[in-house]
Design a protein around this ligand. Structure first.
Ligand code: TRP
Length: 469
């Protein structure tokens, strides 16, 4: 192994030397964007933006990406590379080496719990995308009215058996790749499929420009109207920044453990953040003109993209082809993200419980799949069941809503907060400087951010939401 990519050794025995490193900076960027770009960008960003009134929400979200997400991503990658193991064991190794409080492995544990919970409903939505491949390919969307498109969607949600079938298929795809332990093929595929997805989004944006409501969509997305911003909107923006960048559950830590020493953590993290945000904004620009042109409701909720994009595909030339292609690419984006949700759990089971990869994948996958059934039922039979409805903030939230709320808005920011405290206050500053090798002013900027800005911002948003309003 060359000097430049020798793993951090010190007392951290048996680290990434054995596990192999990313062949290059590009391979890491591909894997990390594969994880980051997913349903969060195309399904969730537009609908939470619509629900939270647009511009002001988008502004807060962008601020959260730049001022909180990026620095935390750098911290996660750094901790992962320094530890050189799966998240839980990286943390243990660092704790041992730097003589820290053993309780820090909790950061890895939050990751495992969040992974289970997120993947359970993520796979259900992935299943929607699978279902729409058939819908688009069969030409059912061609020339349909907004009402008819809405009915196709509500028929899908009202049919637990079909939802279960697609959820099972999606979960199976994720488990297949994780069980085989070979992501390399898929990562190479990402280098073609991501640009393809980007291009298709551009085509839809091009179509959206012809609807006559592009200007209104621009205003909606980029002209902040602070009267529409609520405290809970700020929490959702913060939570979504973590969700979309795959932060707060040690995924980037896991990927960072494979990153060669000579690669700049800052530059690669910036690349991932920029690509991820670009895809989300494009999705917004594709969807909102269609929303306005067809008199739809921006706050329609989780079904938003499935009620708008099919309309566009039904109206534009070669729409069936583009529609099919789009949903296939969306499945790929969701697939690579789903893998990154399951992978840390499986690594943990392997290292911690000594189970082999196949068994760990089957076990963990089965638990996620079974939990997913609760999300499926909350779309139909249990749609009026709000188990924690007596808590003001959680009024009317179904199990599916609660899983989304609890993971994105609570667990992930909490995980991120702990990462920031670990990097900013607990690990030695010298170690940070060594890993980041930034210029002095840039390092200071990062350090001040993880030390003060991130913890204060996340803490303030939490406190406001718990005790305010
Ligand atoms: N970032 C992905 C998306 O936007 C979802 C995701 C994958 C994720 N891995 C994660 C979210 C880890 C949080 C943590 O669709």
């Amino acid at each position: 192994m060359s000097e430049s990519n020798a793993p951090y050794s010190g007392a951290l025995e048996g680290s990434n030397a054995k596990r192999g490193l990313w062949s290059s900076r590009l391979a890491f960027i591909l894997a990390a964007t594969g994880s980051a770009v997913g349903l969060g960008n195309i399904w969730k960003f537009p609908y939470v933006t619509g629900e939270n009134g647009g511009g002001a929400f988008v502004l807060v979200y962008l601020l959260c990406i730049a001022a909180i997400g990026l620095p935390i991503m750098m911290a996660e990658v750094l901790i992962g590379r320094r530890g050189g193991h799966s998240p839980v064991n990286s943390l243990k190794a660092i704790v041992r080496h730097d003589k820290l409080n053993p309780a820090w492995w909790i950061v890895g544990a939050i990751g495992v719990v969040a992974g289970f919970l997120i993947l359970s409903f993520y796979s259900v939505i992935g299943g929607w995308a699978v279902s729409y491949v058939g819908t688009a390919a069969s030409g059912q969307l061609t020339g349909q009215s907004a009402d008819a498109i809405g009915t196709i969607f509500s028929d899908l949600l009202g049919d637990p058996a079909t939802l279960l079938m697609w959820h099972t298929l999606f979960m199976g795809l994720v488990m297949l790749v994780v069980a085989k332990g070979v992501r390399s093929g898929l990562e190479r595929a990402v280098s073609i499929l991501m640009p393809a997805l980007f291009l298709l989004l551009l085509i839809v944006v091009g179509y959206a420009m012809t609807t006559g409501e592009f200007g209104r969509a621009m205003t909606f997305l980029f002209q902040p109207d602070f009267s529409k911003l609520t405290t809970s909107g700020i929490l959702v923006a913060l939570g979504h920044a973590f969700f979309t960048l795959s932060l707060g559950m040690a995924v980037m830590m896991a990927y960072g453990s494979y990153l060669p020493k000579n690669v700049s953590i800052a530059k690669t993290s910036i690349a991932v953040c920029v690509i991820d945000t670009g895809v989300a904004l494009l999705a917004g620009l594709a969807i909102f003109p269609i929303v306005f042109a067809n008199g739809l409701e921006p706050g329609a909720g989780p079904g938003l993209i499935f009620q708008t994009l099919p309309l566009a595909f039904g109206q534009m030339p070669m729409g069936s082809l583009f529609g099919t292609l789009f949903f296939v690419l969306l499945i790929f984006a969701a697939w690579t993200s789903g893998i990154s949700l399951l992978e840390p759990i499986v690594e943990w089971l392997e290292e911690q419980k000594g189970m082999n990869r196949t068994i760990s994948t089957l076990g963990a996958g089965f638990v996620c799949w079974a939990l997913g059934i609760a999300s499926i039922l909350s779309l139909n039979l249990w749609s009026d069941f709000a188990p924690l409805g007596w808590i003001g903030m959680l009024e009317g939230k179904t199990i599916f809503d609660l899983l989304d709320f609890f993971t994105a808005n609570i667990l992930l920011p909490l995980g991120g907060l702990l990462v920031a405290i670990l990097a900013g206050w607990v690990m030695s500053r010298k170690a940070m400087e060594e890993e980041l090798s930034l210029s002095e002013p840039m390092f200071r900027l990062w350090y001040v951010t993880v030390r003060y800005i991130t913890p204060v911002a996340v803490g303030a948003v939490f406190v406001y939401n718990l005790f305010g309003s």
